[in-house]
Ligand binder design. Sequence first.
Ligand SMILES: *Cc1c(COP(=O)(O)O)cnc(C)c1O
Length: 395
Amino acid sequence: MTATPAGPEVPTFVSHLECSATGETFPPDRLHNLSPAGKPLLVRYDLEALRRHFSRETLAGRPMDLWRYRELLPVRRRENIVALGELVTPLLRLPRLEAELGSQAPLLVKDEARLPTGSFKARGLALAVSMAKELGVTHMAMPTNGNAGAALSAYCARAGIGATVWCPADTPEINIAEMRLQGAEVHRVDGLIDDCGRLAAAACAEHGWFDTSTLKEPYRIEGKKTMGIELAEQLGWRLPDLVFYPTGGGTGLIGMWKAFAELEAIGLIGPKRPRMIAVQAAGCAPIVRAFEEGAEEAPRWENAHTVAAGIRVPRAIGDFLILRAVRESGGFAIAVEDEAILRAREEAAHSEGLLLCPEGAATLAAYRQALAEGRIRRDQSAVLFNCASGLKYLP
Ligand SMILES: *Cc1c(COP(=O)(O)O)cnc(C)c1O
């Protein structure tokens, strides 16, 4: 058993940052947004050193939270960790639905609702805010559909960092209340999240604030990748056959795909990967359209609308990374109607006692639809991501 090392340094193995499009490298330990090519930067680690210093046994006896994987995360100094109790989230089987659908392998929900601020945005923002603290940031800003802003404001309050957010005017009231209570300045915008993003970028340029938009800084994805590490550890270092991920900006899908490569490189898992299935709403499905057209990028989806606000993202800056991961994994992208989302939500609540958020329900609807269309098999184990608390979305 490895005890938590004393002293201020967290053992960390970051070697550099890398442009996800050009491969150009940049030094770590300073502030970065997009690369000069205008693309997301990815954190790279000294995987050889990690292979020697990190093993399954390293984890024995550590608290069951996100920081148990700290060697695979970028924070250098313990005092900079901004934490609100990022618990390892449970994997729950859906036995009644398995029986009804005739599944011959486990159907599991990774229930991210248990995280601080009630959504998996906590993972990304815990890392982004910790790194911002480490690098001396005093004010952070971002566009949000609600949950990201709620997580940003919570972690910023915790860290003593200022927060300003822009959200579509129809963002759920509960998210607006969370953000305001947690000290953020909130601007409602007559537009969608990409319109909000433009306002955030302009304000950052004007005031010198740090732009924390999805994939416009390198660390949210590092927090989100812990979903992939957790999944592997929880399943005995074997990955499921299928992962259904409700895809907006795609940080989680890209992050998990990155985590699997890192885990294999350090010898924790073998080459087997799940098929990554990007789930979108029929009223906002830019990734599905690009996947079906064989395109490498996903142009803006006009007139985006869906009950699943968290995945109402008409244009994702990491589109090419999402599409690449989905294709490399042998997966696919699939769109589900709002009606099917609401039906799946009712079904999971009635039959399993699990109140999913609409985005989580979309993954169940997609599982059902993919089975019916013969795109997946009943003997393939599947993990559905329930990314936020259903309590945030009462009708
Ligand atoms: C942000 C969000 C998503 C999408 O996550 P990405 O990793 O950005 O694609 C899905 N569901 C909910 C509830 C969200 O808040």
